[in-house]
Ligand binder design. Structure first.
Ligand code: BTN
Length: 258
């Protein structure tokens, strides 16, 4: 990737003002952690990861030179329990940036971006906490940008911007768009909290309004009805509304991935 194109297209005050680029790294989330003293919004981009991380200990695989792999180091002055909302903010920013390129992206709670029910992007936020204080969040974003096809089982579950558009996307410009959207959302989030985004999130979220299978200590089916001020999913089960935290449960669609 040409970092100059990203910087030239960036409209941002904090996010992406400092960009560190590597051809190869273990994981851009690890790069951010190793540079935890860097300023808020520092962004780590790589062309290839040898140990890319997904949620729940999974491996994140990506084709070299085709995808967008980046992590934004965030230092919001917030308590750790507000971090689910940060994940939601990242989701909104990616969704908006992708929509600008004409693709009908939606959020699958808590942190996948999907199109036509297939995954376009995964978000992995890792945080460091001392006592009850948040040190930083490493917000990792992996976007399936220019992969031409997915093989086997993955072809039903994953898609790329290239597949959806029928032509390659400019990864540098899209990266700049994601970082610029993220910057706007982050500033507003720090000023007004997640409540300023609640309605917008609910509109962009494909999970809400659907029947979902909740997999945690117990497994049961419920209706997803909204999101709360902390970025937790509100579900209705046996007439009662409760909030689900993404760290504790996973939510699956009844009729497929969403
Ligand atoms: C998921 O859907 O499981 C989350 C995937 C997150 C992948 C991105 S790629 C850039 C950053 N570095 C990593 O090691 N993971 C995240």
């Amino acid at each position: 990737m040409d970092i100059k194109i990203i910087s030239d297209n960036l409209k941002s005050d904090i996010i992406g003002r400092k960009i560190m680029y590597k051809e190869e790294t273990d994981s851009t989330n690890n790069d951010a952690k190793r540079c935890m003293d860097y300023p808020d919004g520092s962004t780590f981009i790589a062309e290839r990861q040898t140990a890319g991380k997904g949620r729940r200990g999974r491996i994140w695989e990506a084709e070299k030179g085709s995808e967008i792999l980046m992590t934004v180091l965030l230092k919001p002055p917030l308590p750790p329990e507000k971090i689910s909302a940060v994940t939601a903010i990242v989701g909104i920013a990616v969704c908006r940036a992708v929509r600008k390129s004409g693709i009908n992206a939606e959020i699958k709670w808590p942190n996948d971006i999907i199109c036509r029910g297939k995954k376009l992007c995964g978000i992995l936020c890792e945080m460091s906490v001392t006592g009850i204080e948040l040190n930083y969040v490493a917000a990792g974003i992996g976007i399936n940008a220019n992969t031409e096809s997915f093989l086997g089982e993955l072809s039903d579950k994953a898609t790329s911007l290239r597949i959806e558009k029928g032509e390659p996307v400019n990864r540098e410009k899209l990266t700049a768009e994601v970082l610029s959207e993220f910057d706007k959302c982050y500033a507003k989030f720090l000023k007004n909290g997640f409540s300023a985004f609640k309605e917008k999130y609910e509109k962009l979220c494909a999970t809400i309004g659907k029947e979902v299978k909740v997999v945690g200590k117990e497994t049961y089916c419920a209706n997803a009805v909204g999101i709360n001020e902390d970025g937790e999913l509100l579900i209705e089960f046996e007439g009662k509304i409760s909030a689900l935290n993404s760290g504790e449960v996973s939510v699956r669609g009844i009729y497929g991935y969403v």
